[in-house]
Design a protein around this ligand. Sequence first.
Ligand code: NAP
Length: 255
Amino acid sequence: MPLKAYDLTGRTALVTGAASGIGRACALLLAEAGATVHCADLDESGLHETTALITKAGGTAHPHRLDVTDRTQLAAAVSAAGPRLDILAAIAGIMHRSTVLETRDEDLDRVLAVNFKGVLYACQEAARAMIATNTPGSIITMASGAVDAANAGLLCYSTAKAAVVQLTRTLATELGPHSIRVNAVAPGWIRTPMTDRHDAVLQHRAEAAVVRASPLGRVGEPEDIAHAVLHLASDASAFTTGQILHPNGGVAMPW
Ligand code: NAP
């Protein structure tokens, strides 16, 4: 039984990006804390693995195969999660690397569509449902340590994540009067399928730099971020809104 402030029994959560990495770890932990978790992702097989893991652990989960760039699909998932939605964790995202001079319009459009508009649509649909049902909800967005420093090759990604930070702060001011909290998590380097897809040299260099620079001497794991998300989802953070939490091992993007 979780500590009372962290107990999510009777609450409903929607987690995007739940088929993999950080999103899967968040879905599992929110379910372990007692929430019914609606898991959304493009990746159908990963989605079913996540819901099976939750069910096997004794939790309740429902899969929703959707594309976060499609507002109508998100709206359908929010209404399927009814009668009320307490928690949104908007985690789905993609990585893209290109220098400023190499960046094509289609790269920028795709990264902004998934990493910014996908979060915006999820926040809008969830917030409307929370307001309509008078639910004192919690919305958590996924930013990145990439917003804290300039990083060669990360223009599209860090621009989209900077927009997520601004969305989070703005939405917190607008939804506070409805008792809805909005916070972002800005992780450092976390070992997930996303970071595993980097070329081996970059991955090795980045992980070594994090281990050297972090007072904790290690890279992050998805569960490190899931615990930050659980904190923001729960009553333990009842007086926290408009904040950007930085679980990064004490170091911001040193590579
Ligand atoms: P991941 O393992 O690649 O998981 C991302 C999930 O999002 C995948 O299942 C992916 O499906 C899904 N997705 C991508 N586009 C989607 C779309 N249009 N609609 C629905 N689902 C979609 O990545 P991760 O490392 O866990 O990252 C999760 C979030 O944390 C991202 O927003 C990322 O930017 C952020 N983040 C990660 C790190 C890190 O070091 N890992 C650091 C800072 C922030 P597919 O596999 O089918 O594309």
